[in-house]
Write a protein that binds this ligand. Structure first.
Ligand code: ADP
Ligand code: MG
Length: 243
């Protein structure tokens, strides 16, 4: 259930300007939003509207020019680079359009890599539980090139979840998949939100993909211009001006 009201990620008046002087670009302007625990949010908007910048600011990959970002109650805009990289390693999961698995490692080794990098032992049974949930238990002994795109993305989702993060960020996670594999990935993200009370924030261009989320943030020119609850593909398409 999406019962929690405690925000996992909170943006307060976030602005981001790239460059200076005449070449300055305001990618985000005064964005405030609380992403609640156990919620699934899609971020949409035209190319150049600031979607990637919003994700990167929320994930501590880019520092905002103004405003603040908190993750799990901690203001991350005050952290040093070392503290930020520790936070990303322990409390934030990422899923990328291009999967970004290491080709020389098996699926299981890819999933366990964040723990090895953090010098943490897996919680007993945790990896088995994740790969079972993702339906890839029989496949994780293989290397990425021996897996389908959908299987590789399921490995990547397990890797994002293995350290028990506060929040998982996904940038076009179905962008490289066929429609059927894409639906399976969205079903998996939906279940991790519902069953594990995980928080997922996903950028997508596709109304049918965004319709799996609990709400959609629409960005235009660096600002949140609309928030749609319980979205349907039709309502999203209308909101984007697609008829
Ligand atoms: P979206 O993901 O919605 O396409 P972005 O967040 O990538 O939008 O970009 C928002 C605006 O910021 C665009 O005008 C883009 O050109 C600009 N921008 C993004 N990244 C940089 C950067 N590293 N340096 C300069 N301008 C950037
Ligand atoms: Mg982008």
């Amino acid at each position: 259930m999406n019962g929690g009201i405690e925000p996992t990620v909170r943006l307060d008046g976030v602005g981001k300007v790239y460059g200076t002087g005449v070449s300055a670009v305001a990618a985000l302007r005064d964005v405030s939003h609380a992403f609640t625990r156990g919620s699934f949010t899609a971020v949409m908007g035209p190319s150049g509207s600031g979607k990637t910048t919003l994700l990167q600011c929320a994930a501590g990959l880019t520092r905002p020019t103004s405003g603040s970002v908190s993750v799990g109650g901690a203001d991350i805009t005050r952290l040093s680079e070392a503290e930020l990289s520790g936070l990303r390693r322990h409390r934030i999961g990422f899923v990328f359009q291009a999967f970004n698995l290491l080709p020389a490692l098996t699926g299981r080794e890819n999933i366990e890599l964040p723990l090895r990098l953090a010098r943490r032992r897996p919680v007993p049974g945790r990896v088995e539980e994740l790969v079972g949930r993702a339906g890839i238990a029989e496949h994780v002994h293989r290397r990425p090139h021996e897996l389908s795109g959908g299987q590789q993305q399921r490995v990547a989702i397990c890797r994002a979840l293995v350290a028990g993060p506060e929040v998982v960020f996904a940038d076009e996670p179905t962008g490289n998949l066929d429609a059927r594999s894409g639906r399976e990935i969205l079903g998996l993200l939906r279940r991790v939100v519902d069953d594990l009370e995980q928080t997922v924030i996903m950028v997508t261009h596709d109304p049918a993909v965004a319709a799996h989320a609990d709400r959609v943030l629409f960005l235009s020119d660096g600002q949140v211009v609309n928030v749609m609850e319980a979205p349907t593909a039709e309502a999203i398409a209308a909101g984007l001006g697609i008829h």
